[in-house]
Write a protein that binds this ligand. Structure first.
Ligand code: NAP
Length: 249
């Protein structure tokens, strides 16, 4: 029920951090990986191939929606039709709301929300035309549930991701596409390097995590395999927190 044998998974931002952990987890469950991003994912490629799965890199800057259809076509040409889409690529800008710039607003919203929607649309159009089952998994955040501080565009984008996940689930459930999201808690990646380097913030964060530790990218593998597999066929529109208990506090 959890096997992804011979499924094709398109994962954005798979060169590092959470995306790398998700790609390796999907490959371990049997999926071939089309990694989409702007940095060559050499390490991820080696890990996926070590697991005996096929790997293709499709170079794209996801700050613009211009190339999204070409990305899907390239993934299909390399590995076959896409069964699973993981919208992981994301960015964050920090500043007080009083000083927040339009540039920092747009750059985050474009990658985290706008491209996520149009890439989902491009993949879903193919799935619907082929009449096959599909799985779309969006990477949300604790800030899909909470307000956060000094990250206005990130909170707006990730709250938007949770909303869009529900909207797309409503529209596509009858078309055999499951749309769900994973909300990682505090995971040790580049994205959170500044927080971990700040002794005070690091101690505050750790003190609030019931599991008593930062998460690692591989802590998310079980959730993504579940949402990508037929084990979750009746799960639509949910945002699954994988957060060491953060939201339960
Ligand atoms: P990360 O290590 O900074 O990785 C971000 C990924 O997104 C990288 O692969 C990056 O590519 C890619 N990306 C960013 N902008 C891009 C663009 N314009 N075009 C193509 N690729 C782009 O951060 P992470 O923590 O793994 O984050 C992955 C996802 O998890 C994000 O959506 C993030 O918001 C979410 N998340 C993270 C945490 C956490 O605690 N770490 C918590 C909740 C949610 P480059 O390497 O080329 O920049």
């Amino acid at each position: 029920m959890f096997s992804l044998k011979d499924k094709v998974a398109l994962v954005t931002g798979a060169n590092t951090g959470i995306g790398q952990g998700l790609a390796i987890g999907l490959a371990a469950a049997g999926a071939d990986i089309a990694a989409v991003g702007r940095t060559a994912p050499e390490e991820t490629k080696a890990e996926v191939e070590k697991l005996g799965r096929r790997f293709a890199f499709i170079e794209a800057d996801l700050s613009s929606t211009d190339g999204v259809e070409a990305v899907v076509t390239a993934a299909e040409a390399a590995l076959g039709p896409v069964d699973i889409l993981v919208n992981n690529a994301g960015t964050i800008k920090r500043n007080d709301a009083l000083d927040f710039t339009e540039e920092d607003w747009d750059s985050v919203m474009d990658v985290n929300l706008k491209t996520l929607f149009f890439l989902s649309q491009a993949v879903a159009r193919k799935m619907v035309a082929a009449g096959c089952k599909g799985k779309i998994i969006n990477i949300a955040s604790m800030l899909s549930f909470q307000g956060g501080i000094r990250v206005a565009s990130y909170t707006a984008s990730k709250s938007g991701v949770a909303g869009l996940t529900k909207l797309l689930a409503n529209e596509w459930a009858l078309k055999n596409i499951n749309v769900n999201a994973i909300a990682p808690g505090y995971i040790a990646t580049n994205n959170t390097a500044a927080l971990r380097a700040d002794e005070k913030r690091n101690a505050e964060i750790l003190g609030r995590i019931p599991a008593g530790r930062w998460g690692n990218p591989d802590d998310l593998a079980g959730a993504v395999v579940f949402l990508a597999s037929s084990a979750s066929d009746y799960v639509h529109g949910t945002t699954l927190a994988v957060d060491g208990g953060w939201l339960a506090r």
